[in-house]
Design a protein around this ligand. Sequence first.
Ligand SMILES: [Zn+2]
Length: 245
Amino acid sequence: MFRRILCVVSALALALVGTVTVQVLAPDRAAADGCYTWERTLQQGANGADVTQLQIRVAGWVSSGENLALDGDFGPATAAAVKRFQAGYGLPQTGVADSATYTKIYELQDNDCTPIHFAYSEFDNNCGANNYLGGKVSEATAKENIKRIMWQLEAMRRKLGDRALNVTSGFRSVSCNNASGGSSTSLHMYGQAADLGLNNPAQCTLWNAGKSAGFEELLGPGYPGHNDHVHFGNKASRSWSAPNC
Ligand SMILES: [Zn+2]
């Protein structure tokens, strides 16, 4: 949208002053992307808020059982995740966040910093309220948490062969969670969980895929109440259960 407005402005400027000003309208390189622009190459040893932004986007590219810390410190685990991200998209596996890596990330994200295959609206039904209000955290925190999940799911989607994933539940207010029969400690009230419904790929394939996308809470077939969806959550301790898988 932002770029479109810029184009309209440029076209207006051209119309007003004539074609001799074409050189003045050279692309503005101040920002490479409408969401977030990295200003430097990042590699092991780097730290800062730009590292955290990178970590959010590669957090789904971990090994099985690994959970990448979003701590702003570019250590070996971040380098390994960057390598897997690069491999996943056919880029040179340098483990360094270089221009090719950023270009791919820019391609993958919308202007609100969510990945292109997921949107806040998919995770906000909230029993019909269609917002991120009434949970156990602020609206801003709930959306930030959901954005983190979206990037993990974007990685999972890619690893599953670019399969579309069907989100059946995301954020829930406390009252919505109660009405849905959710656990009193449900991560859905924090925006730290999402459910994927039955589709192709099969449910157990989804459950297993979550293990290498950084999810510590994975509940699937055979776990009470989870025979028609898989639950993916972010928390510090591990709860993986799908007795029928
Ligand atoms: Zn759930």
